[in-house]
Every structure is written in C-alpha cells, then in structure tokens.
Ligand binder design. Structure first.
Ligand SMILES: Nc1ncnc2c1ncn2[C@@H]1O[C@H](COP(=O)(O)OP(=O)(O)OP(=O)(O)O)[C@@H](O)[C@H]1O
Ligand SMILES: [Mg+2]
Length: 371
C-alpha cells in the first residue's frame, strides 16, 4: 500500500545541523547546576534502592497516565497485597507495573552495556507484557505506516506522519550512533533533549513510543554520568500540561523547531530536578525519623527490615509481614498493632472474612503525591 506523507520529514535529518544554541546557553548552565545538585544528594544516599523506590512507582503512574491509564501507584501496591480489582483497572495496574519493571531492568542492563536497539526492543517487550489491545507487538519495530493525531483520525487528518517502515532501519542506526557518540562539545542535557524528540519523530513501535521515549530520559542521563541512578523523572511535568508537551514535539515535526523543543525540555528538567531534590530530601528525612521511632517502638532486631518494607511497599497486607520478615505470625501481628497504635501506619481497609487488613504508610504518600 502507498501512503502520501502529509508532513515533511525534514526534521529527521538528525542531528539537526547548524543549531544555534546561543539563546539557551544560560538555561543549559542552570539545568546542569540543578542536575549536579540533585546528583550530589543521590550520591549521598545510604540505601538509594529503598529510598527511590516510591518515586519510581509514582513516575510509572504519571508516565502511564499520559497514555490514558487511570490506575495509581497506590493501587499497584494494593494489588500486590492481594486486593482484587475490575478487569479494566487490573489492566491499567499492569501497565504501570510494566513501566516500573522496564525502568528497573533497563537501568541494571545499562550499568554494564551501551544503549542498543536490542535493549530498546527488550524494554518494549517488558512494557507491553500482557497488556490489552491488538497490534502492540511487544519487542518488535513496526512494519506498517503509522500516524499521530486526534484519537481515531485518518492519515489525512494526522498532525504528524512518522517515516515509512522501510526507513526505520537507517534512522534507528543513526539514532543509536548519536546516543553513543563521544563528543565533549555536546552537552549531555541537550543531547537528552534531542534523543527524546528524535525517538518520538521516528515512532518506531506501533504503540508505547511515548513511554519508551520518556524512559530513555533518566536512563540516558545516568549513562552519560549526569546522575548515579536513573531517577530523574520528567513525566509529571509533561503530564501537568500535556498539550504543551505535544505541541512542542509537533513544532519539531512540522517546522523543525529544535530550539523551541530544547528550551522547553530544559525548563522541564530544571523544574523536575529542583522538585526531586526536595522530594528525595524529605524521603531521606522521613527514613531517618522513622528509623529512630520504629526502633524505640519495637525494640527488635527486625526494626530495620520493617522500615525498609514500608518504603518498598507503602501499602501492604497485615498478613504479609511475617512472610516478608521471616518471623512468626503472632510476632508480626504484634508489630503491626504497635505501629498502628503509634500512628506510623494506618488501616486503609479493615480485615473482613478471610481477607487481612490493608495497611498504609501514609507519611510516605504525603511526600510522593507531590511529585
Ligand atoms: N506531533 C508529534 N510529533 C512527534 N511526536 C509526537 C507528536 N505528538 C505526540 N507525539 C509523541 O507520541 C507519543 C504517543 O505515542 P504512542 O501512543 O506510541 O505512545 P504511548 O506510550 O503508547 O502513549 P503516551 O505517550 O500517550 O503514553 C506522545 O506521548 C508523544 O511523546
Ligand atoms: Mg499509545
């Protein structure tokens, strides 16, 4: 079948030539300063895995929401604690969980390998695991023409028609070369901005391009050594004003306005790095405060494990504790009671029949909900 491309493909000449960065130099400086301040905090964390875990789940919620997913991070934990949900909600929860797992797995792989097309396909495969809808083609680049526009629009009405499938190979090779380029003159944050937009322009998958492109942002910043772990998430910023995010990408695809996109991206990065700095500080403080409180309350050699469990699963079933801590049921029940009486955790849902009570570590939610 032959399609007429509705929009010129000139922005796909990548990387854009003769880009004059003069107007954004001050912003680049500010973004780098914010990022290195944030990274300094990340490096000082004693147990980043545990402390950053709630932010990662929140990012998974926010990035998936851009796609229209309406479940929350809280519901993901509820499901993990055995709560039952309607099939629609279950599918949304699955998408959030997939996003979370994709970032975790890709982060681990990237600690040892360069970014590759193989990795991007692997990421897509995890992202699309068990999700509804036909034509998701997990882990496969598209072999048909796609287009972007208002839901259900025809190709003629599209706001952007990505390159034909026959052009994908070359474009993706060029994309990966650009990602792995070693060029001291190229600022890594500018490079990140270009990487995200170019990925969206190529739109190599049938679905999930937005999410994979957004996942690449923290992963790439980590790979470039800007942050020690892939934990700077920009989806909140994009989601808060989705129209502007899409419009800025559209300006690249329709007019080749890379500078406008870079400017917007730098603003997003500065905003989110500053926000993350506050969030991670607050989470760290909460950890230290609760460490003291729980240790005094329980006077147990398991205190630290309970503390870590609260940060790793801020919603959990009261009956899980004994298994997770490998202690007797009675002892676990007593710990839960003590923590509840002291207000460290609250009962989200009381026990009913054979279902155990669902507990929540609200103080942590109060912080991550600001993300
Ligand atoms: N005009 C455009 N030019 C380039 N990219 C665009 C344009 N409009 C939207 N996009 C990108 O395409 C993404 C949507 O593509 P797709 O549905 O494949 O991704 P998704 O991950 O399933 O969805 P979403 O990004 O909405 O979560 C948007 O998030 C955005 O990143
Ligand atoms: Mg989609």
């Amino acid at each position: 079948m032959r399609y007429t491309l509705m929009k010129p493909c000139s922005p796909l000449l990548f990387p854009p030539k003769d880009l004059v960065l003069e107007p954004v130099i001050a912003l680049v400086g500010k973004a780098n300063a914010c990022l290195s301040r944030y990274d300094g905090l990340l490096e000082s964390l004693v147990n980043p895995e545990i402390l950053l875990s709630p932010l990662l789940m929140k990012e998974a919620e926010l990035s998936s929401r851009i796609e229209g997913t309406i479940a929350t991070a809280n519901e993901v934990y509820q499901q993990q604690a055995g709560e039952e949900f309607e099939p629609e909600k279950k599918a949304d929860i699955q998408e959030i969980l997939n996003y979370h797992n994709t970032l975790r797995t890709a982060g681990q792989i990237l600690a040892e390998q360069p970014v590759s097309l193989h990795l991007i396909r692997q990421m897509h495969e995890i992202l699309m695991q068990g999700v509804r809808g036909k034509g998701k083609n997990p882990g496969k680049f598209r072999d048909t023409q796609n287009w972007i526009g208002p839901g259900g629009c025809s190709i003629e009405e599209a706001t952007y028609v990505p390159p034909p499938p026959t052009a994908l190979n070359d474009l993706l090779e060029g994309f990966i070369s650009f990602i792995n380029i070693q060029d001291d003159k190229l600022d890594p944050i500018i490079q990140t901005a270009l990487v995200h937009a170019q990925f969206e322009l190529i739109h190599p998958f049938d679905d999930g391009n937005g999410r994979i492109g957004r996942l690449l942002i923290p992963l790439f910043l980590m790979k470039k050594g800007c942050i020690v772990s892939p934990s700077l998430y920009i989806s909140r910023y994009f989601e808060a004003d989705r129209d502007t995010y899409i419009d800025k990408l559209e300006q690249v695809s329709s007019k080749g306005d890379w500078l406008g996109w870079i400017q917007y991206f730098l603003g997003a990065l500065i905003d989110q790095a500053e926000r993350n700095l506050q969030l991670v500080r607050q989470i760290n403080e909460l950890y230290e405060t609760k460490k003291r409180q729980i240790s005094e309350l329980l006077r147990s050699d398991k205190s630290i494990y309970i503390l870590d469990m609260l940060f790793d699963s801020p919603v959990f079933g009261a009956n899980e504790v004994h298994r997770r801590l490998d202690i007797q049921r009675q002892r676990a029940a007593q710990y839960v009671r003590t923590l509840k009486n002291a207000g460290v955790i609250i009962e989200l849902r009381p026990a009913s029949g054979r279902r155990a009570a669902l507990m929540s570590f609200e103080d942590l939610w109060k912080i991550t909900d600001q993300q």
